[in-house]
Every structure is written in C-alpha cells, then in structure tokens.
Design a protein around this ligand. Structure first.
Ligand code: ACM
Ligand code: ZN
Length: 504
C-alpha cells in the first residue's frame, strides 16, 4: 500500500484514495497554456508505446496554481490528482507542470497494459529539495551521438533531472566549434589511436546546429544544458591544434591514453586569453544557460616550473610558486565570463593556491574529491554543487566490487548515491543555503559504444535524483530498493540497458 505508486524520486507527499482511474488507451491532455509540456509528454508516450495508444477522450487537465512563498523550490512544485474519471495536474510554472507530467509518465509506464491504463486513485504533492540535479556526460573520451544524447535526456527527465552538464573538451578530443580557431575541431576532435595500429578514432565534434538542437530538446524537457570547456589543464587536444600555446611548443597529440598529462596551456603566453575569449564567445552564442564550467581540475605544474615565459609571468605577478598562476587564470576567465553575463563553475581544485588571487565570490565550486571542497567553498561564501566521487556520484566507477563489472578507479554503489547528502552535518544554515544541489558524473574512458554508458548511468542516476529531490531526513534504502524494482521495469520499457544487481 505504502508503495503503490513506486515513484522515483520519492514525492514530498502521497495520499492514496479509493478505486482506480481507468481508460481504454492513454488519455490525451486537454488544451491549455502548457502546450509545449503536453506535446513533449505525448511524444515521449508515443516513443515508448507507438502511435495508436491514445484514447479519444482528453481526461488529463493542466492548470495554473497560485504562486507560493517558497521561491527556491516552488517553481518546480506540482499537485497531481488521480480521480476515477480524470487526472488533474496543477503547478505554479510550466516547469512544475513538466515535472508533474513526468511523475504521471512513470504511472503510465507501469499502468498501461494490453490497451488499458489503470492508475490507483490518489493525490501527489511534490517539490524538490535542491534545484541542481544534474548528470555530467564526458563526450571527449567517447563521442556520444546526438540521437543518444536526446534519448538520454528523455530518460533523465523521467526522474526530474534538471541539469545536463556537457563535458565538451578534454585531452582526448575537442567537440565544440569555435569560429576563430577552426583547428580546435579540425585537428583537436580526431585522435590517432595507437592501440588500434594508429587508426583515427574517437572522431567528431558537434556542429553549431547540433548543439542548438540538443539545447532546445533539453529546454523543452526543462533541463538546462551547462557546457564545460576544461582549462588550463586536460588540454592535449588544444595543444595538438595550436602547439604554440604550450610551454614546450610540442609536438603534441590528441591523447589516446588515459591519465593526467604534464602539458597544459602556458600560463606565460598571452595568446591563451584570446583563445579563451573566442571559446567563451562560442559558448555564449550557443548556450543560453547563465553557467559556464571552466574545468580547472588536475592541472600539472611541472611545465610551468621549467618554462621561461611562465617564470617571467610568475615574477611579474609577484607569486611564490607556479601553482598560484592557476588562481590568476581562474580569476581572469571568471571576469571574461562575467563580461558575457555568465557565472563560472570550476572543479574544486580552483580553491587551491589562492593566496594571491582569491577565488571570486560569485564562482561556483563543483566538489568532486569528496565533499570537503564544497564545505570549504560555502565557508568562503561561494556556492557549491556536490558530486563527490567517494559518495556514489562517479558513474564511471564499478557498480559493485566484481571484476566482471565495467568501470574503473573505484566502486560506487547505488546505495552510496542514494545516501549522498549534499549538505554536510558541519554546515551551518547560511552555508547550507549555498549548496545548489549535486550531480552524477559520467566519465567515458572505458566506453567504446554509447549503449554501455546506459548501463553505468542507470539506475544510479535514479538514486542520485532521489538524494537531491527528496527529503534527506527520511531516507530508507529498503523502501527505495522496492520502488526501484518497479522503476527498472519502466526503464526497460524505454529500452535502456541497466545494471540490475544488488544495491550495495
Ligand atoms: C575530475 O574527475 N577530474 C573532475
Ligand atoms: Zn609556460
């Protein structure tokens, strides 16, 4: 009874009623101001069940609800009422309507069988705890097709994921077109794979039209696309295209190995800044999001120690060590983005070596090496997003500790992701208010086919979505596990490849 609906993420409140809503077919949505949301719902239903499943009647109605005082989460709140003869959905915003329709989509996926839809009567009132509920997809190590990404966005929207963090550049491939720097894609998007006898592989970049297509496809699903361009490290693909931007001058290659590489952008070379300006112009043109992720992780400083240009820069800036040049670069990049009306996000390394150039307060820290970076950030008054590798947010880790499983570097069980709380016990109320939410990160080093990514992402992202949407005070892994069994049948109907083993 408790779990009749088996919705993931668990709604704020459910009150079950008597009887069932029943319909011969999947009901249509009555015309309203929420036409976009209704159209996406219909397209998603059609994609799963085919053209001919819709009932003649329109017995789903959408209505606007009064605005509540709860600004943080009110925009996504909704009230879904399942009655014997009709389904009523009300929300304050189109996003709230969309989230409510996704909950209904879950009930339809479970309740539609042999031409009849049956849903137990009840009322669901729902709202999220955190607004930032994301998935990061690494499209450098593996180049994911536009179709795959669109299908993924449809699957993610089912669990109210709100952010698609698009990792567009790394050592192994540059995927973003930049008009003034054509070699970034001409050279930087192709890697010569020495493991394949030197064949060109991992090839591709997204055209501007494809990027716009994905951004608008996501927007219709109330998912914001946040691009990442990793600077000044993880830059082999940039250096292969423009060797003059490295400390040694090369030669460089788009990497086919995995790891962290010594060659990074030369901090002493003024030419790295016009490149960054051009990259940010391209991002500003293509991505409406106010956020841009600049990476900043795992920068090696060995070349900066040796390079005469970097040493000159260090002296001019009066710095004590080469590492402090990263915080100088971060501050400059953040200003460039501010000039374009954008807010900077960086991995938690941007908190380090900031003695001379403090991290600007408007910069957001994405905490990945545990939650310490995020805790540190909020203590400085910066906002944070939690994606700790130690707490089940790294979806490239193995699901469980078995050599048969795909994955690398560590173990990230479903239970870990479920138990993640982006607010740590040490944070005070002000600090907690600076936690925007969290996300799962999917790195694609070991992926050679898009389909395998589904197995790594699902169902872990469902657990993470619950950790971010639902109340962290009433966690119950056993209850989640029971709902997950039902939910995975829904994901099967979407045709996703999923891990189906133990939770921990
Ligand atoms: C990271 O995993 N290097 C952010
Ligand atoms: Zn240098």
């Amino acid at each position: 009874m408790m779990n009749k609906y088996a919705i993931i993420p668990k709604p704020f409140s459910i009150q079950y009623g008597n009887g069932n809503f029943q319909c011969s077919g999947i009901p249509k949505i009555a015309p309203s101001v929420f036409q976009n949301e209704a159209d996406v719902f219909a397209a998603q239903v059609k994609k799963t069940f085919g053209e001919n499943v819709f009932a003649a009647e329109c017995c789903i109605s959408l209505a606007k609800m009064e605005t509540s005082a709860d600004e943080k989460t009110g925009a996504e709140s909704y009230r879904l009422e399942i009655l014997p003869g009709e389904i009523k959905l009300a929300a304050q915003t189109d996003t709230g309507i969309f989230r409510g329709l996704q909950t209904l989509r879950q009930l339809v996926l479970s309740g539609y069988c042999d031409g009849t839809l049956t849903i137990p009567c009840g009322v669901i009132e729902d709202k999220p705890c955190f607004a930032w509920r994301g998935l990061m997809l690494d499209c450098s190590r593996h180049f994911f097709s536009v179709d795959f990404i669109k299908n993924l966005l449809d699957a993610l929207s089912l669990q109210h994921i709100s952010i698609f963090h698009w990792h567009l550049t790394d050592d192994q491939g540059w995927r973003l077109p930049v008009d003034q720097y054509p070699l970034l894609t001409e050279i930087g998007s192709k890697r010569c794979d020495h493991r394949l006898g030197g064949r060109v592989s991992g090839e591709g970049f997204y055209t501007k039209d494809q990027i716009r297509e994905i951004v608008s496809y996501a927007a219709l699903r109330h998912i914001e696309v946040v691009p990442e361009v990793d600077l000044p490290g993880h830059a082999s693909s940039v250096l292969a295209a423009y060797p003059g931007l490295g400390c040694t001058g090369g030669p460089y290659r788009v990497e086919d190995r995995y790891g962290i590489f010594e060659d990074v952008l030369c901090a002493g070379n003024d030419d790295i800044f016009p490149l960054a300006e051009a990259v940010f112009d391209s991002l500003a043109e293509l991505f409406p999001s106010k956020y841009v992720h600049i990476g900043g992780d795992e920068v090696r400083f060995s070349r900066w120690k040796e390079c005469p240009k970097c040493q000159k820069r260090l002296t001019e800036l009066g710095l004590e060590n080469p590492a402090q040049m990263q915080s100088w670069i971060t501050a400059r990049l953040a200003q460039m983005l501010r000039d374009r009306g954008r807010v900077t996000i960086g991995w938690d390394e941007i908190l380090e070596n900031t003695e001379k150039f403090p991290l600007p307060e408007d910069v957001i820290v994405m905490s990945w090496r545990g939650q310490e970076g995020g805790s540190h950030a909020v203590s400085l008054g910066c906002r944070t997003i939690m994606s700790p590798q130690s707490e089940g947010c790294y979806l490239d880790y193995r699901h469980i500790n078995k050599p048969e499983e795909i994955g690398r570097l560590g173990i990230g069980t479903i239970a870990k992701g479920y138990n993640m709380n982006p607010v740590t016990p040490q944070m005070n109320e002000t600090e907690a208010s600076l936690v925007m939410g969290g996300q799962g990160n999917f790195w694609s080093e070991v992926i050679y086919a898009c389909k395998l990514a589904e197995y790594m992402i699902f169902p872990r992202i469902c657990a993470i979505s619950e950790a971010l949407w639902s109340d962290n005070k009433s966690k119950d892994l056993e209850d989640f596990g029971k709902r997950l069994v039902v939910h995975q049948e829904r994901l099967d109907k979407l045709g996703l490849l999923q891990y189906k083993g133990v939770l921990e």
